[in-house]
Design a protein around this ligand. Sequence first.
Ligand code: GLN
Length: 528
Amino acid sequence: MKKIAFVTGGVVSSLGKGIIASSLGRLLIDNNINVGMMKCDPYLNIDPGTMSPIEHGEVFVTVDGGETDLDIGHYERFLGKNLTKESSLTSGKIYQEVLDKERRGEYNGKTVQIVPHITNHIKEKIYKLAENYDLLIVEVGGSIGDIESLAYIETIRQIKYELSDDAIVIHAGFVPLIKVSNELKTKPMQRSVNLLRSLGVSPEILITRSEVELSEREVEKIGMFATVKKEYIFQCVDEKSIYKIPISLMKQNFPRKIAALLNLNISSRDIKEKHYELINFNEKLNNLESEVKIAIVGKYVSNADSYISIVESLKHAGINNKIKIKYDLINSRNYLVNSLKNYDGILVPGGFGNDGTIGKMEAIKFARENNIPFLGICFGMQLAILEFAKNVCNLNVEHGELQIDAEYKIIDIMEDMKDKIIGGTMRLGNYQCSIKNHTLAREIYGNKLINERHRHRYEFNNKFTNDLKKEGMIISGIHPKTNLAEIIELPKNDFFIGVQFHPELSSKLTKPNKLIEAFIKAALKNKK
Ligand code: GLN
């Protein structure tokens, strides 16, 4: 038995469909429903791994090593569970598989077409994933009417036909506020629903996205002209925090209505009891007691989504400890040391390439010399090693990604990675890390063995371990099978730690990542 809820959007993109889909998923999980999530992206890249974060925001890595759309990150954080690469579909992946099949002659002489071959392939992927769950929520990227997403809309039409009452469409639409006349305009929403209808898909549920609340009259108007009864129209008004969206939808009885439409049995427990975690999290969010200021020093600062998992993981750690997180994305290309003086903690995130590394190196040096809590993630850890090797150990070494022809590389590409193509060939997904006793990392994680996600090509060159150690930098975590460095620390400082993995990717709303949480607590201690 397969049940599917599609989430579409119009008349513009960036409506927060991902947050709406995630909120629904979370609310239903709280009702004991086994929910899966999928995102369909209309672009032709096989995955977002080769796209610049400036272009498309962060690349989210799943435990099984999928390089996926950043919405998968929202899903995981809201749902509180890990997903796999099957949750992220792109047109590129679909076309590649269909064309590979064509080359193998598997279409038996038929003309291969968008309908039915591409649509059938999309359908197959959706049905296959849906089998594992009580309900699969499928979000379609972009907005209705885009040429790129037409095959997905046609697939939705067919799935609705095949599954009847077991498939519904939730359409989120934009209701702009015209400030000069202080009027909400419902026409764009009507238009986008009717455009969807003209493609053969009638939505069961509408969600209005607006700056202010709609009046009863406006809701009725939308209902009348979009042919959806007003009890199936929900409002999603701009909130200060995305974590307030599930609460707002819960208050409107959203999960109960969806469950009724799809014939899903939901928990009969009291609302406060079943959504206890969400409600508790929101109460903390409303009652933050202290504040820390964090500097995130990186080069992808022109798109706020580039560091979204880092920012959200800082918030999870903050909110759960009633600490307000103030953060600035500081451009490492034109960075000045002076601008770092007012921060309680410095974070250097992952990154690629030469450009912008000077600022990161300066920031690391500044944190190290002034005993400011420091967390280096992936590239951030590699550069922390490089900075220490050059400035403290006086070694004549380089980072292989920054200086390909250097004689001594303290960070180098692994032999077996050397002649691989760019896309999908990094050390990706979960790897085990064994943490040494009596180290800060051990104290933070509590366990000897942990698993965290990776996305990188370069590694620390173990030949230099003793040189670092002599001056006080230790390797406190390694990958047990290969001996590759996973965590470095400077015990001399109060909190100076670098990790080859991405702790931000495993953080969940009510279960912050331990390392990020420790970093925030250290920042609070160091508060200016
Ligand atoms: N560029 C570095 C590498 O490939 C770090 C990657 C990252 O920070 N995600 O190893």
